[in-house]
Design a protein around this ligand. Structure first.
Ligand code: ZN
Length: 134
């Protein structure tokens, strides 16, 4: 198991359009927002060198992002590392005793993704992604 790079850092925001305005003002080019129905969020990516920023706005009061905002307010929601083989990575993580949010990867916006529970990683939600077509 080896992480290749930081794929993106995700920020939970109250308003995606406001966040887009702010980060455009900082000089970022923001991609067209898209909905991720399985997470009940609207998301947008901005490239920064080899990595990206991801902005997440909740679409429902009971989504994980909405709960995060209620508890912690706006800020860094998760860090995503790219891996070459997500199945193998999840197997290794389980073997090492990490708690996974779900056992199986799901199809995200840019590839297969899975999450390590913040409880087993010092309060940080970690996402791993195996990119397809990127
Ligand atoms: Zn992400």
């Amino acid at each position: 198991m080896k992480f290749k790079k930081i794929d993106h850092i995700a920020l939970a925001v109250k308003s995606l359009s406001e966040a887009i305005k702010t980060f455009k003002n900082l000089g970022f080019t923001i991609e067209e927002p898209h909905e991720i129905p399985i997470m009940n969020v609207k998301a947008a990516f901005a490239k920064i060198g080899e990595s990206q920023l991801e902005f997440l706005e909740s679409l429902s009061p009971d989504s994980a992002v909405s709960k995060f905002l209620q508890k912690k307010g706006e800020g860094i929601h998760h860090i995503c590392f790219e891996v070459s083989d997500i199945q193998k990575t999840l197997q290794d993580l389980k073997q090492k005793g990490f708690q996974l949010v779900s056992e199986k990867p799901t199809q995200g916006a840019q590839g297969l993704v899975a999450f390590i529970h913040p409880k087993s990683c010092h309060g940080v939600l970690i996402e791993v992604v195996e990119k397809n077509g990127y």
